[in-house]
Design a protein around this ligand. Structure first.
Ligand SMILES: [Zn+2]
Length: 268
């Protein structure tokens, strides 16, 4: 734990409507928000929590989210900025399988993939209203095959044969690295807490809470499988932060993101 470093990798931005970000509250109108990944350089290995979105996928399937992503904001581009290669990542942890959290998995071809068992199941058998969320299935060539998904040729996929390790319940996956169950947004959603030597623990909400404003208003997003479960998970994150004196890091909060340390400027 003592030597753990945490890097935040900037993966570009997307747009959704304010009524989606703040369900039944709004205000409506375009809201541009960041997507980022987290690299945890831990004595037991190098972990990446979420992998952002794939630009080509968004342009093909949901261009109305107006992606802005430079070459250096792809997973290979961001890893290069911190002096790492895609093959340096030993484990990928996916909070959930929405397209903006797993689009870069295909680049991490030697990593073992960790996720909640229910999430993997749901991504292959989602509800009709979840289809756009689960539209990028490149993280699992097996599910793509089951669903007969045809894609343009992609060299990244040729090398990619992921092994999955599925979990249930809260888990300490390495010393000082905790996955907490926070379902509702999706069936098997995990949030991540990382304990560090020189600062308060970092608690990454992922999509169990998009932003500080969602937390302050106790307002969930309109993207959810179970709204009551989603609200309970947000309350759980608030309680966990108090219990562990942890700082909350939100998944899609432009104002907060501007204050986060990104790229080579790591937390330890
Ligand atoms: Zn999501």
């Amino acid at each position: 734990m003592s030597d753990t470093k945490v890097y935040l990798l900037d993966g570009g931005t997307l747009v959704i409507d304010g009524f989606h970000a703040f369900w039944n509250r709004g205000p409506g109108g375009e809201l541009r928000f960041p997507c980022y990944s987290v690299v945890i350089d831990h004595p037991d290995g190098r972990y990446m929590f979420d992998t952002g979105y794939d630009y080509d996928h968004v342009m093909r399937v949901l261009p109305f989210e107006k992606p802005l992503q430079e070459k250096e904001q792809t997973i290979p581009g961001q890893l290069a900025k911190i002096g790492m290669k895609t093959s340096d990542i030993n484990y990928v942890i996916n909070s959930h399988y929405h397209f903006d959290h797993c689009g870069g998995n295909k680049h991490l071809h030697v990593a073992c993939t960790i996720c909640h068992a229910k999430e993997l199941e749901q991504s292959a058998n989602c509800q009709p209203f979840e289809h756009l969320g689960y539209s990028d299935l490149t993280f699992s060539p097996e599910i793509m095959k089951q669903k007969n998904v045809q894609l343009p040729p992609d060299p990244a996929l040729d090398m990619y044969t992921p092994k999955f390790q599925t979990l249930t319940g809260d888990q300490e996956i390495a010393k000082g690295m905790w996955l907490f169950e926070t379902p509702g947004h999706t069936a098997g959603h995990y949030s991540l807490m990382v304990e560090l030597k020189n600062r308060r623990p970092m608690l990454f909400t992922a999509d169990a809470c998009y932003s500080q404003k969602n937390m302050d208003m106790m307002c969930i997003s309109s993207f959810h499988l179970d709204p009551v479960g989603s609200l309970n998970s947000m309350k759980r994150l608030k309680a966990l932060a108090e219990q562990h004196d942890a700082e909350l890091f939100y998944s899609h909060d432009l104002e907060s993101f501007k204050k986060y340390q990104t790229g080579a400027n790591y937390y330890s």
